[in-house]
Design a protein. Structure first.
Length: 140
């Protein structure tokens, strides 16, 4: 969700190529169907987005100016570490895969996470999107 929101809000769409976000994790799996659903609600289709391993990104030789981890606080010590001279930030959000309750409860909580990520990106973009910047990676 964070990659797609960043790219739509402060990347290719609105800010005209100011940032490019890429998402990678320690143990990438499949996209959470609830994340796909809540993103579709706001007009962003992530259903075909691949999941990537942070070590594959590292082995590719990609360098980033800023690396943002978006793990929940309970997993913060397991957030990926991306090597290189990047500025590092941590944004803590609950992990939708860990939510409990009914389907509707999960959906509502996933919407809350999506909206919290969107608010964080709006604030971040207001501070960083005035000057052209090429690359940002979001790790979860």
């Amino acid at each position: 969700m964070a990659e797609a929101l960043m790219n739509s809000m402060c990347g290719h769409g609105i800010a005209h190529d100011r940032w490019t976000a890429e998402s990678a994790g320690l143990t990438p799996g499949t996209l959470n169907p609830l994340a796909v659903e809540v993103m579709q609600e706001i007009g962003i289709d992530i259903s075909n987005n691949p999941t990537r391993d942070v070590f594959d990104v590292w082995r590719s030789g990609a360098l980033f100016e800023i690396v943002v981890t978006v793990c929940d606080e309970a997993s913060a010590e397991r957030c990926p570490v991306f090597p290189g001279p990047a500025l590092r930030e941590h944004w803590a959000f609950p992990d939708p895969s860990k939510f409990e309750g009914s389907y509707e409860d999960h959906l509502a909580q996933t919407r809350e996470v999506r909206d919290a990520i969107r608010s964080k990106i709006e604030a971040w973009c207001s501070d960083h999107c005035l000057a052209k910047k090429p690359d940002l990676t979001l790790a979860d």
